[in-house]
Structures are given as structure tokens and as C-alpha cells.
Design a protein around this ligand. Structure first.
Ligand code: APR
Length: 176
């Protein structure tokens, strides 16, 4: 049975199989959690990212974690919030599903997600959290025994509480 919960933390400090990076399509670094992960991982991460040729919105790519305590980084590119009528919800859900797909393909069982798209990309957290939780719930229903722990990392206590509420709602729905 997979444990999945919200935790307030700096994702760069987590010793998990993979942290997920909220990147941009170039995969060449940026601000926010992307900047934090690259700073903590060191220059080797950018060197490997340069070999990947970018990543479309909603997809995910794997690299090593370098100086991070996490073994790997799964880079995904979230949608920019444009008001909710440009397919943002589907694209955001795809980030979580693609990232878990990459994790499973490489035998990575403990995963930590940041609040994808809710910073620079402007996705309202209260809209993003239920999409994230339901996307993970759907993946866990399809692959109930693979993952051991999935963490939703809130950088702020408020964000953490929002994701915890969304996880509770999605979890109880999938137990019906
Ligand atoms: N640990 C955990 N979460 C963090 C950290 C951290 N060290 N730093 C920032 N966050 C949180 C933010 O508070 C926000 O809730 O990550 C969430 C995602 O915000 P962004 O990092 O801005 O990511 P996003 O909104 O997806 O925008 C991506 O920003 O940094 C650039 O290169 C990136 O262009 C891309 C865009």
C-alpha cells in the first residue's frame, strides 16, 4: 500500500529515490524550485540536462541527482496558467502521471513532488492541488503495489495544508 502525504519541506533536502523538478521546456534551469534543485545538485545536473534536448509541457525526463540527497531528478514541465480554458488541468495532470511513469520505468519507489505550476507559472494552488492528487490517485489505482511513498511538498504551510486536503479528498474517494 503506497503512503502518500503532504509535507512542508525544502525538496532539495529530501533523500528520496527521485525529486520532481518543476522545470521549463528548455530544461536549462530557472528560478523557483528549478533554481533550488540546480543549485543543490551542482553543475553536473545542467550538463546532463543539456544532453536531453528539452521537454514538452506535460512530459517528464530523468537525470541523476548529483550532489542532491535524492538519487534522481525527474524534470517535468507544467502548464502556464492562462485562466483555465487552455487545457491547463489536463496538462498539469499529465505532469504527475508522466513523472510517475518515468519513476516506475526506472524502479524508483519514493517520489517527492513540488507544487508544480503554482509559482512562476501562476496556477492557483487551490485548483492545482486537487488535480495533482487525483492524477496520483488514478496512477495508484492502476499500479497499487509499486510505489512505497509519494510526497507532495508544500514550501509554505498554507500550500502544504492545501495539498493535504486534496490528498484526503482524493484518497477517500478512491477508497469508496
Ligand atoms: N522546495 C520545495 N518547493 C519549492 C522550493 C523548494 N526549495 N522552491 C520553490 N518551491 C515551490 C514554490 O513555492 C511553488 O509552490 O515550488 C512551487 C513551484 O513554483 P516554481 O518553482 O515557480 O515552478 P512553476 O510555477 O512550475 O514555474 C516553473 O519557473 O523556475 C522557473 O525554470 C522554471 O520556468 C520554470 C518556471
Amino acid at each position: 500500500m503506497t503512503r502518500w502525504r503532504a509535507v512542508q519541506a525544502d525538496i532539495t533536502t529530501l533523500a528520496v529515490d527521485a525529486v520532481v523538478n518543476a522545470a521549463n521546456s528548455s530544461l536549462l534551469g530557472g528560478g523557483g524550485v528549478d533554481g533550488a534543485i540546480h543549485r543543490a545538485a551542482g553543475p553536473g545536473l545542467l550538463e546532463e540536462c543539456r544532453t536531453l534536448g528539452g521537454c514538452p509541457v506535460g512530459e517528464a525526463r530523468l537525470t541523476r541527482g548529483y550532489a542532491l540527497p535524492a538519487r534522481f531528478v525527474i524534470h517535468t514541465v507544467g502548464p502556464v496558467w492562462r485562466g483555465g480554458t487552455s487545457g491547463e488541468a489536463v496538462k498539469l495532470a499529465a505532469c504527475y502521471k508522466s513523472s510517475l511513469g518515468v519513476a516506475e520505468a526506472h524502479g524508483l519507489r519514493t517520489i517527492a513532488f513540488p507544487a508544480i505550476s503554482t509559482g512562476v507559472y501562476g496556477y492557483p494552488v487551490k485548483r492545482a492541488a486537487p488535480i495533482a492528487a487525483e492524477a496520483v490517485a488514478e496512477t495508484l489505482r492502476q499500479h497499487p503495489a509499486f510505489f512505497s511513498e509519494i510526497l507532495f511538498i508544500g514550501f509554505s504551510a498554507t500550500d502544504c495544508a492545501t495539498y493535504a486536503t486534496a490528498i484526503e479528498a482524493a484518497g477517500s474517494a478512491s477508497r469508496r
